[in-house]
Design a binder for this molecule. Structure first.
Ligand code: 13P
Ligand code: SF4
Length: 306
């Protein structure tokens, strides 16, 4: 009998489609993906592909980025409600007002934002290149950084530069319990603490390594440590376990005391929704051409610098 995964693989072949998936997807989705990556790697893969159809197993801003880079391809997001708290809390009108209040500033926006916000930005960055993008600008350049204030603060610390920050944060990375983290560190004193820069400073203060999802995976593979405490969305554990043999990963409980820091938006995608998207070629991402061209400029500037 044809399994759901078999069906997806058959449909991909028949339609010349690929699945790009983020590490926060369910394990079964990661296993049918043609390419897995962090936001930067996914954008780079979207730019390179010669498939006719891209199914984005991730969230809305990621699929929008793929469409901005591939206007003639069909880009499918299996569930259009797969948003992102960072992107959704950065409305275009408020963002414009903020930019107008800060003339003569270069605007760097984290890729977790809408196409409208990208179109008003000078350069896009991701968690894996934010430091490099900031450092690519002259030392005396005034910079606005949006929408993640914790990534912004981390970059300020790493670069020693002053950034004007938008007051935004990720609803998943801001709920790790510091107390539970300390308890885990006491219980597993040899474990390395690996954190995503979307975590607040009080949590990042304990990290041995801070990086993007790809960075966290690379560090786990290369490190001599056998145990790790992971401060990011738990979907990543599937790849961590696949890529490292015999290493152990601990997730940190959130403020409610459960180890359930799932991103509710990432987890909206399912195998059934992917099958439906491939069969019906819906739901598609559509972007108005003038807006797309403006957003493209800021993304291309990032890709050139990466
Ligand atoms: P990465 O680019 O590190 O994969 O992060 C994406 C994201 O949404 C983190 O919450
Ligand atoms: Fe957005 Fe946070 Fe989910 Fe990442 S984990 S997609 S930043 S809500």
């Amino acid at each position: 009998m044809e399994t759901k995964a078999d069906k997806i693989n058959r449909l991909k072949k028949e339609k010349n489609a690929i699945i790009l998936a983020h590490y926060y997807q369910e394990a079964e989705i990661q296993d049918v993906a043609d390419f897995l990556g962090d936001s930067l790697a996914l954008a780079q893969a979207a730019k390179k592909t010669d498939a006719d159809i891209i199914v984005f197993a991730g969230v809305h801003f990621m699929a929008e980025t793929a469409k901005i880079l591939n206007p003639t391809k069909i880009v499918l997001l299996p569930d259009l409600n797969a948003g992102c708290s960072l992107a959704d809390n950065t409305p275009a009108d408020k963002f414009k007002q903020w930019i107008d209040e800060h003339p003569n500033h270069t605007v760097i926006s984290y890729i977790n934002c809408s196409t409208e916000v990208k179109a008003m930005s000078d350069i896009i960055c991701t968690s894996s290149n934010a430091e490099k993008i900031v450092n690519s600008l002259p030392k005396d350049e005034k910079i606005l950084f949006a929408p993640d204030k914790y990534l912004g603060k981390h970059v300020m610390k790493k670069t020693g530069r002053e950034l004007v920050l938008w007051d935004g944060s990720c609803e998943v990375h801001t709920v790790f319990s510091e107390l539970e983290l300390i308890n885990l560190m006491n219980k597993y004193p040899n474990a390395e603490v690996l954190a995503h820069p979307e975590c607040p400073e009080n949590i990042l203060a304990y990290a041995d390594f801070i990086g993007s999802t790809s960075g966290i995976i690379k560090r786990s593979v290369e490190s001599d440590s056998k145990e790790f405490i992971i401060l990011t969305e738990p979907g990543i554990i599937h790849q961590l376990e696949k890529k490292t043999e015999g290493k152990i990963f601990y997730t940190v409980p959130n403020l409610d005391g459960c180890s359930c820091n799932n991103c509710p938006y990432m987890k909206l995608n399912t195998l059934d929704k992917i099958i439906s998207a491939l069969e019906n070629l819906e739901p598609q991402i559509h972007i108005e051409e003038n807006l797309r061209l403006k957003a493209l400029k800021s993304i291309e500037r990032m890709l050139e610098l990466s």
